[in-house]
Design a protein around this ligand. Structure first.
Ligand code: G4P
Length: 289
């Protein structure tokens, strides 16, 4: 699935197809698990999803929480709770937090389970559709929950062939997103944040510009991380100067005593993506305002 991540060939037609498929398959599931990147919970959303989900119970998984600022992740969990939505922090790489998912599904679907029991259908399986943009961690999450064997469930009559169902246990099945649910690049900032985190290829944007935008965010909220990583106590308000300062500290010079800003930009973006600077969230709850 992550093959899609390097691809920025987003066409409205792709989205229409994915939306149609989701709308078709939504009737087969009891709930929807929306996987977001905890570092960019807004930009990793698909804004059309609420309409597609309708009244289906909905759980938000703030994935890659191992790379996100824990305090901001807690703020997001409260944010969703205040809006009646269960959100959990998950690290699908190590599996941390994944165990919280099933109990939350049972809680969210408790009314439905009660009804099943009353009708003598307590053995009925619960089905959850897992949705999320490419590279957000859907496969990793499903692998952790459904186990390495990813026990695939046979296609069912009336269900579009090729749908990926996975059995978690005898009570719970997961349906992988039918179709590729792209993020929406309808704001410049959304595109930048997706590129910074590596959700989409950064070649869509000028690398130095992207690094300068990242510096702006880091300066505002994570200056101590820059200081400890690069040994710069202060950074100029001019982000180009700031990028030069970081590059200089790393000895990234070219002839004439100038800083190789492209190298510095690539280094900064890579170090951010690999969490070398520390746990950083680009979008706090105020990003929604
Ligand atoms: P997708 O199905 O939604 O497209 O995403 P996928 O699970 O393929 O994950 C995309 C990349 O994100 C993978 O890295 C995966 O390991 C990483 N990833 C997923 N969840 C987490 C998480 O919670 N924390 C961290 N730190 N990483 C996560 P990759 O570099 O493409 O592959 P690899 O590192 O697994 O070899």
């Amino acid at each position: 699935m992550s093959d899609n991540s390097a691809n920025i060939n987003w066409f409205p037609g792709h989205m229409t197809k994915a939306k149609r498929k989701i709308a078709e398959q939504i009737t087969l599931v009891d709930a929807v698990a929306e996987i977001l990147d905890a570092r960019i919970p807004v930009s990793s959303q698909n804004p059309d999803l609420p309409e597609l989900i309708g009244n289906k119970p909905h759980i938000v998984l703030l994935n890659k929480c191992d790379m996100a600022d824990p305090k901001v992740t807690r703020d997001w969990i409260s944010y969703y709770k205040d809006r009646g939505v269960v959100a959990i922090a998950v690290d699908s790489k190590s599996g941390a937090g994944v165990g919280e998912f099933k109990p939350q599904v049972l809680t969210v679907l408790s009314d439905k389970l009660k009804k099943y029991e009353e009708k003598g259908m307590s053995g009925k399986k619960l089905r959850v559709m897992v949705v999320g943009i490419p590279n957000v961690g859907k496969s990793s999450f499903i692998n952790h929950l459904a186990g390495k064997s990813k026990a695939k469930v046979e296609n069912r009559p009336g269900v579009t062939r090729g749908n990926q169902w996975y059995a978690v246990d005898e009570k719970l099945e997961l349906l992988d997103t039918p179709g590729v649910l792209w993020p929406k690049f309808d704001s410049k900032t959304v595109g930048e944040h997706l590129a910074m985190t590596g959700a989409v290829a950064d070649r869509i944007l000028d690398t130095e510009f992207l690094a300068m935008r990242l510096i702006e965010i880091l300066k505002a909220g994570y200056m101590p991380l820059i200081t400890s990583r690069y040994g710069v106590e202060e950074l100029s308000d001019d982000c180009y100067e700031a990028l030069c300062a970081v590059g200089k500290k790393r000895g990234m010079m070219i002839r004439g005593g100038e800083v190789d800003t492209l190298r510095a930009a690539n280094m900064l973006l890579e170090e951010f993506r690999n969490c070398k600077l520390g746990r950083i969230t680009l979008e706090g709850i105020d990003f929604c305002a």
